[in-house]
Design a protein around this ligand. Structure first.
Ligand SMILES: [Zn+2]
Length: 44
């Protein structure tokens, strides 16, 4: 799930698997669906 963070007075959306930041929540969501970084399980 994408997490929202604020840096430099801008809102960013962070992939919780690899930590990549996006300025668009939609971009972050699309990235997460394709993210192959190991991290928290996709299945909870
Ligand atoms: Zn990612």
């Amino acid at each position: 799930m994408v997490s929202q963070t604020t840096r430099d007075e801008m809102t960013w959306y962070e992939c919780e698997y690899c930590g990549l930041l996006f300025d668009s929540q939609e971009d972050a969501r699309q990235h997460e669906q394709n993210c192959d970084a190991e991290g928290p399980s996709y299945i909870q």
